[in-house]
Design a binder for this molecule. Structure first.
Ligand SMILES: [Zn+2]
Length: 448
């Protein structure tokens, strides 16, 4: 058996073992029966123990569930619910909670979103990390973790635990603050693989080349933020490594899915999470059709979530993956609800559209975008950070790239968009903070 064949089935094998399926081959029907049973248990437990779900589901608890489609009759859980009633979600006493993650406090209320985990919930994450990382590393590989990891139960610390179980040697570093220091660690520690944030790894790779360092890696896993193809191509070219992508959010218990060596969409963590894609009216759409990603936790004890609307836009890929697994495939996330910038009725763009053009330009490390909706024209201001003294052709290349974004090209032709690009030089090799990158929209800034 080739190493490729062996590796491709690891996630599927793990899921088969988790659901207790006896035959060697796991079928969608077996997985569906397991998921239905776990959904029933989750709904029963949440209705009995969580004040929030007791109220939300009071008219649904006697509903017969004979197939997974019956879940479609149940109401959604939203981020606003968690912000406003976070503690009311708990199915256990607060004493059983060992980790609370506080997320952004955006939204009209300004309230933070808090996600609660028990020790057994965190064990599920460690287990997924062990299996997921095993698909891309070998025992004794040295893996540098460029994610937050100071606190017990943080993503970096859970990844350390998962990697140790996989037989690897994790090196916990935290997010990159100083590019030179991190590059030295990669060299001195003999690092084989890195887990980190896309834009931070792009900066490390571009400095590797700029400084003429000889660094080659086996694999890189990108997580936390949208993963542009433009960054994947650069990491492969400079470090000669495979680049894997992880999809997840804290609400999912950090891990949601992972691509395989085919690199064509995420295979989902289907023994712990049940995913649906819905349209704007909340109706589940057929495989292949785009919509909002919704998930239900199947094994979470502390704070189960039922039909949680993620805000991410994607679709299930209808064709089987070339790796041969029966696990579902979710297309890479490139859009989030509310993150689309409309230039007119027909044309909109996203941060992902800009990423694919701007990160292709040599020397670019990072950028920010603000959009100012004036009366007759949309002003798009892009501030780009480059690694060496700015040159005229860098700015030109960015303008040229942006004019190839379909929405911008269309709106430019009829004078509805104006773009300005400012370039600054990263003098001290310090990176900006690794927050999720978003377009800042200054709506009706002219007092319209
Ligand atoms: Zn695959």
């Amino acid at each position: 058996m080739s190493p490729f064949i062996l590796k491709k089935n690891l996630l599927e094998t793990w899921i088969r073992k988790k659901i207790g399926s006896k035959p060697d081959i796991l079928t969608r029907q077996q997985l569906g029966e397991y998921q239905l049973q776990k959904i029933k248990e989750t709904i029963g437990r949440a209705s009995a123990n969580s004040p929030f779900y007791r109220n939300l589901l009071k008219n649904f608890i006697d509903m017969e569930m004979s197939s997974l489609t019956d879940l479609q009759r149940f109401p959604f859980t939203t981020a606003a619910h968690i912000r406003e009633q976070g503690l009311q979600f708990l199915c256990v006493s607060q004493g059983d909670i060992c980790r609370i993650v506080t997320l952004d406090s955006s939204g009209t209320t300004g309230q933070a979103k808090r996600i609660y985990f028990t020790a057994s919930d965190q064990e599920l994450t460690v287990d997924f990390f062990q299996q997921g990382m095993s698909t891309m590393i070998k025992p004794r590989d040295r893996v540098l973790i460029l994610l937050p990891g100071e606190r017990s139960g943080s993503v970096g610390e859970l990844l350390v635990r998962g990697l140790k179980r996989a037989g690897a040697e994790p090196v916990l570093h935290g997010v990159v603050a100083n590019i030179m220091e991190t590059l030295e660690i990669i060299e001195q520690e003999g690092i084989d693989s890195i887990v980190g944030i896309p834009v931070q790894l792009l900066a490390l790779a571009r400095y590797t080349e700029y400084l003429g360092k000889k660094i080659s890696l086996k694999s890189v896993l990108l997580s936390t933020d949208h993963v542009p193809d433009s960054i994947i191509q650069e990491l492969r070219r400079i470090w000669g490594c495979q680049v894997f992508e992880h999809y997840g959010m804290t609400e999912m218990g950090l891990g949601g899915g992972l691509d395989c060596e085919s690199h064509a969409g995420y295979h989902l963590r289907e023994a712990d999470l049940y995913f649906e894609i819905i349209d704007e009216k909340g109706q589940v759409v057929p495989d292949g059709q785009e919509g909002e990603v919704v998930f239900t936790t199947l094994t979470r004890q502390g704070m189960p979530l039922i039909r949680y609307r993620t805000g991410d836009i994607s679709r299930f890929l209808a064709k089987p993956c070339s790796c041969g697994t029966m696990l579902k495939r979710l297309e890479r996330i490139t859009k989030r609800k509310g993150d689309l910038v409309f230039l007119n009725e027909d044309h909109f763009f996203t941060m992902a559209d800009l990423d694919e053009k701007i990160f292709l330009v040599p020397g670019v490390l990072d950028y920010t975008v603000t959009v100012d909706n004036l009366k007759c024209v949309t002003q798009v201001n892009i501030s780009v950070l480059v690694l060496s003294e700015p040159r005229g052709d860098t700015k030109l290349a960015i303008y040229e790239g942006l004019s190839k974004v379909v929405a911008i090209k269309g709106a430019e032709q009829i004078g509805q968009v104006r773009i300005s690009v400012a370039i600054s030089y990263c003098r001290d090799a310090l990176l900006p903070s690794p927050v999720k990158r978003r377009i800042m929209e200054l709506k009706e800034a002219d007092g319209k």
